[in-house]
Write a new protein. Structure first.
Length: 376
């Protein structure tokens, strides 16, 4: 059997090796955090301590953190609660967003007859900020802008500061950003971005699956879209996942401590991968801004190759694990790729997303590119 080379870190990063096995003890710890006996209070204290640690790293207030079961739930919580609690009448988003945003927006459109506006993007996947400004100026109805910070398929980085300033400039405008793909790669300064809401997921920064959190700016009163409990400041009903929260917090602490080292290493790795791909596969094209280390995140390279049937399957059989697009998309061309409108780029092409992680190395990339060249 071939040794596995894992190049799908944008879908799921492995758990940090430094995370102690001692965290397993939280699996069997008795008591419900909402109970008023001693065991419940101990759990509640542990959760609040974790919340404070995360808040210090992200430079936000601890009661602005709402724990969820995933980034998808965080997106749903924010979008659905904004409609119900803030009387939002319009959502401005883009065709580049994750399905957990786009499908939720569509559901809200059908259920509440809200106005939905899509910001234009060019064939490189860059958001047209002039078009956003025009849409924000059109009326004063309560509006939520939802634009992701880092695209999970092509790696494009949104000019989030400019979007935040635009939203702040106009009346009754709220700003939500899906920062799930950004948190493990970029230093986040929530306050400087003028964000009202943001979404996070632990399995993108070497934490466990099944745990995430939402940022909800203080003094914005939204209520849970789930019923059956008053946990998480009455914003997210349901018993908290103590194990997930504790390991999430530890992963974020450890990763943040070595952030510069990881960033420097991964930038060099991406440069090497791009150079070797160009040298070995002359027909390669880059999707979005993924060839750029300035406009694209340093962990994602999206490439278009001459059409090859079952290429990801053939790579898998050789021990190479990567995606054709997002892990949440099963079609040949995802909605993100189609939205780029570069017909000549995707016609008769195979799109691959190479997503790098801190446990990858040059030898692995060399082997991958050698196998890819052979399969072409």
């Amino acid at each position: 059997m071939n040794q596995t080379i894992y190049l799908d870190n944008a879908s799921n990063t492995p758990l940090l090796k430094k995370i102690s096995a001692n965290h397993i003890k939280y699996f069997n710890q008795l008591g419900n955090p909402s109970s008023n006996h001693s065991l419940g209070l101990i759990k509640k204290f542990q959760i609040e301590k974790a919340r404070s640690k995360i808040a210090r790293i992200l430079k936000i207030k601890k009661d602005e953190i709402i724990f969820t079961a995933s980034g998808t739930e965080a997106n749903n919580l924010i979008l659905r609660s904004c409609i119900k609690s803030l009387n939002i009448k319009c959502i401005i988003t883009s065709f580049l967003e994750h399905k957990s945003v786009l499908e939720t927006v569509y559901d809200l459109y059908k259920s509440y007859n809200i106005v939905v506006k899509f910001v234009q993007n060019n064939d490189k996947g860059e958001i047209n900020l002039s078009d956003l400004k025009k849409k924000l100026k059109e009326d004063e109805m309560p509006t939520l802008v939802s634009l992701m910070y880092v695209n999970n398929e092509i790696g494009n980085i949104l000019n989030i500061k400019k979007v935040g300033k635009l939203c702040k400039k106009y009346k009754n405008k709220y700003f939500h950003s899906d920062t799930i793909q950004a948190i493990g790669c970029l230093k986040l300064n929530i306050q400087k971005f003028n964000l009202h809401f943001a979404s996070f997921s632990a399995h993108k920064f070497y934490g466990p699956q099944g745990i995430g959190f939402a940022f909800v700016k203080k003094n914005i009163n939204i209520k849970s879209f789930l019923t059956g409990g008053h946990q998480e400041q009455n914003i997210r009903a349901g018993t908290e996942n103590l194990y997930g929260i504790m390991v999430l917090t530890k992963a974020l602490e450890l990763f943040n401590k070595d952030f510069i080292k990881h960033k420097t290493y991964l930038k060099k790795l991406k440069k090497y991968c791009i150079k070797e791909l160009k040298r070995n596969i002359p027909d390669i094209k880059y999707v979005g801004m993924s060839e750029s280390l300035k406009s694209s995140i340093y962990t994602i390279i999206s490439i278009a190759l001459p059409k090859k049937e079952l290429l990801t399957f053939k790579l898998d059989m050789k021990g190479i694990i990567l995606s054709q697009s997002s892990a949440c998309v099963s079609t040949e061309y995802s909605h993100v790729i189609k939205s780029l409108r570069r017909k000549n780029l995707i016609r008769k092409k195979t799109i691959l997303r190479i997503s790098l992680g801190i446990y990858n190395n040059r030898d692995e990339l060399s082997k991958f590119i050698k196998i890819l060249k052979h399969l072409m």
